[in-house]
Design a binder for this molecule. Structure first.
Ligand SMILES: NC(=O)c1ccc[n+]([C@@H]2O[C@H](COP(=O)([O-])OP(=O)(O)OC[C@H]3O[C@@H](n4cnc5c(N)ncnc54)[C@H](OP(=O)(O)O)[C@@H]3O)[C@@H](O)[C@H]2O)c1
Length: 215
């Protein structure tokens, strides 16, 4: 069986997809709390020497910070946290785990419809838009690995959905095919498709109900 790591395993998507993925793979869950090691990408001095042994056939980067601040809010370290959690932390993690990646290992990042429609929170949209160029660059340094993106529309049952006003939720639904939000089952199938398709590299799977414009 292939071995996969899920980072952000305590999050909505991490918890939502892990049981399905466990039917096909050995899953190693890593979170900010209660796992060894715990992974907090805002901390520079993380001890990544205690990573599970491996080797690994995939890493699912399901960590993230949800959109929160407009440019007019007092947003403190939010912008740098966004960068650390989405880009810098994963870079350090991948550098540490490189010797334990099997040939053809599939690295999955989550981007968002924010790169098409924008976001209330420009820092969120900026890091999600950065992912394709970031992954193409990482691929130069990790010729043994495949880097792929799943670009998501609003996910049913996620924390971000729970925090939305009815009005904003309706705007998402109105722009998605059949007024359906994305299910954890569909995300798990998308991950399996990427992990088990050895030709897929630098692909960007649009799993967003067909959102095309800004709203
Ligand atoms: N949900 C959606 O509708 C949607 C849509 C488009 C894209 N996405 C993307 O999908 C990914 C997962 O989203 P989600 O809905 O599962 O989010 P979520 O429910 O908010 O979970 C986020 C996860 O990231 C972890 N995390 C937060 N700060 C961290 C840090 N400093 N270091 C390491 N981990 C940290 C959280 O840990 P704690 O449990 O300790 O807080 C949690 O495990 C994100 O990249 C998000 O941008 C989601």
């Amino acid at each position: 069986m292939k071995h996969l790591i899920i980072i952000g395993a305590s999050g909505s998507i991490g918890m939502g997809v892990a049981p399905t993925l466990e039917e096909s793979y050995v899953i190693h869950r890593l979170s900010r709390k209660d796992t060894t090691p715990s992974i907090d990408f805002t901390k520079q001095d993380q001890d990544l020497t205690k990573l599970p042994k491996g080797p690994f056939d995939g890493i699912i980067f399901a960590q993230g910070i949800n959109p929160q601040y407009s440019p007019f809010d007092t947003y403190g370290e939010h912008a740098s946290n966004m960068w650390q959690v989405n880009i810098e932390g994963p870079t350090r993690f991948l550098a540490s785990i490189k010797p334990r990646l099997n040939p053809g290992a599939c690295i999955v990042f989550f981007s968002s419809v924010a790169k098409i429609k924008g976001s209330f929170d420009p820092h969120y949209a900026a890091v999600k838009s950065a992912i394709p160029g970031y992954l193409t660059s990482m691929a130069r340094h990790f010729p043994e690995a495949r880097f792929n993106t799943i670009s998501l529309g609003l996910v049913k049952g996620s924390r971000v959905q729970a925090g939305m006003t009815e009005d904003f939720l309706a705007r998402h639904r109105d722009n998605m095919f059949g007024n359906r939000l994305i299910s954890f089952g569909t995300i798990a199938r998308a991950i399996r498709f990427l992990v088990d398709s050895p030709e897929l590299h630098l692909s960007d799977l649009k799993v967003d109900g067909g959102v095309t414009g800004t709203f």
